[in-house]
Design a protein. Structure first.
Length: 301
C-alpha cells in the first residue's frame, strides 16, 4: 500500500531533520528549505499535506499559503503551520488564510505525530464519504446523480464557450440472458470489467464515465466532435468484443455492447436542451440495438 506523503517547507535545516525523523517511518516525507522551491514541489509532488513554517526569509508562510490556495494544483492540499510558541496572531491569521492546523515550536514529537495522524485520518474519512456519495459501489465509476451534475456543468460551459461536447450511451447486449445463463456474480464481474474499459478510455481530465442504469453506461467527452467520439466508440466496441470473461472455473465467455453517440455545441442551439441531448443519444442507442446490436449509431455533430 502506498504511503501517504508529507511536504515540509521550512528554512531551518535542524527543524527539517527533526520533523523528518519523527514522520519518516510512517509517511513519505519530502522537504524544501526555500519557499519558492516549496511551492514548485507542492505542485509537482501533490503531497497529502504540507507542513509550512511561518517565518522564512524572502517569503513568509502566509505568502506561501496564499499562493497555494490560489493555485488550482494545490488549493485543496491541507496545510499545517509551524509557528513559535505565543504567536497567537500568527495562528489566527493562518486559520483565516486556510490552514487546517498548527504545530508549535519547539517541537514535541508526540504532538507532531498526533496532529499529522489526526489530519490524515480526517482526510481519509472525508474521501471515503465523498466516494460513497459520487461513485457507483459495484463498478467504482460515477453514479447517475453525480454524472448528471457533471454533464450539466459541461453543457453550461459548451453554451458559454462554444466548444462541442459528445455523449456516448452504451448498453450490454442481451445482459438479462447473460445473467440467466451464467449467474448474477458473473454479470457483476462483466459490469466491473466493462466499467474499467470505459475508464481507461476517459484519459483526459474532462472525460467522464458513469453507470447510467442497470447494464447501461454513459460517457462524456468534452471538446470532442462527432468524428472523434465515433473513434472512441469504435475502440470501445472492439475492446469489449475481444474481452473474454471468466464466469466459472473452466468457462470463458464473451459479450458485446451497443452504443449511441451524439455530439452538439450547446451555444449554437438556443432551443435545444440538455434533456433533448440525452434523449437523442438514448434514441441512437436503441436504434443500434434495433439494427442487430454490437454496433454504433451516431447522430448530430
Amino acid at each position: 500500500m502506498k504511503k501517504e506523503s508529507i511536504l515540509i517547507i521550512d528554512d531551518s535545516k535542524l527543524d527539517l531533520m527533526a520533523i523528518t525523523h519523527i514522520l519518516e517511518s510512517d509517511y513519505t516525507v519530502y522537504f524544501e528549505d526555500d519557499a519558492k522551491r516549496g511551492i514548485d514541489s507542492a505542485k509537482s509532488l501533490q503531497p497529502d499535506i504540507i507542513l509550512l513554517d511561518v517565518v522564512m526569509p524572502n517569503m513568509t508562510g502566509f505568502d506561501v499559503i496564499e499562493i497555494l490556495k490560489d493555485t488550482t494544483e494545490t488549493e485543496d492540499i491541507p496545510v499545517i503551520f509551524l509557528t513559535s510558541r505565543g504567536e497567537v496572531q500568527d495562528i489566527e491569521l493562518g486559520f483565516m488564510l486556510g490552514a487546517a492546523d498548527y504545530i508549535a515550536k519547539p517541537f514535541s514529537a508526540p504532538v507532531v505525530k498526533l496532529r499529522v495522524d489526526s489530519l490524515l485520518k480526517s482526510i481519509r474519512q472525508a474521501n471515503e464519504i465523498r466516494e460513497l456519495s459520487i461513485d457507483d459501489q459495484l463498478t467504482g465509476i460515477y453514479n447517475r446523480d453525480y454524472f448528471a451534475d457533471l454533464l450539466l456543468q459541461e453543457w453550461q460551459r459548451s453554451a458559454a464557450h462554444g466548444h462541442p461536447i459528445s455523449l456516448l450511451v452504451l448498453d450490454i447486449d442481451n445482459f438479462r440472458l447473460f445473467n440467466n445463463n451464467y449467474g448474477y456474480p458473473a454479470g457483476d464481474e462483466a459490469l466491473r470489467v466493462i466499467a474499467g474499459t470505459l475508464k481507461e478510455r476517459a484519459y483526459r481530465a474532462a472525460d467522464f464515465v458513469g453507470r447510467w442504469g442497470g447494464e447501461e453506461f454513459i460517457m462524456l467527452l468534452s471538446a470532442t466532435n462527432l468524428a472523434g467520439a465515433v473513434v472512441v466508440a469504435e475502440d470501445i466496441c472492439r475492446e469489449i468484443e475481444a474481452t473474454i470473461f471468466n464466469v466459472d472455473k473452466d468457462l470463458w465467455v464473451k459479450t458485446t455492447v451497443s452504443i449511441g453517440v451524439h455530439s452538439v455545441t450547446a451555444k449554437e442551439h438556443d432551443d435545444y436542451t440538455l434533456e433533448n441531448f440525452i434523449a437523442d443519444t438514448d434514441a441512437a442507442l436503441y436504434e443500434a440495438k434495433k439494427r442487430g446490436r454490437n454496433r454504433i449509431v451516431a447522430v448530430g455533430g
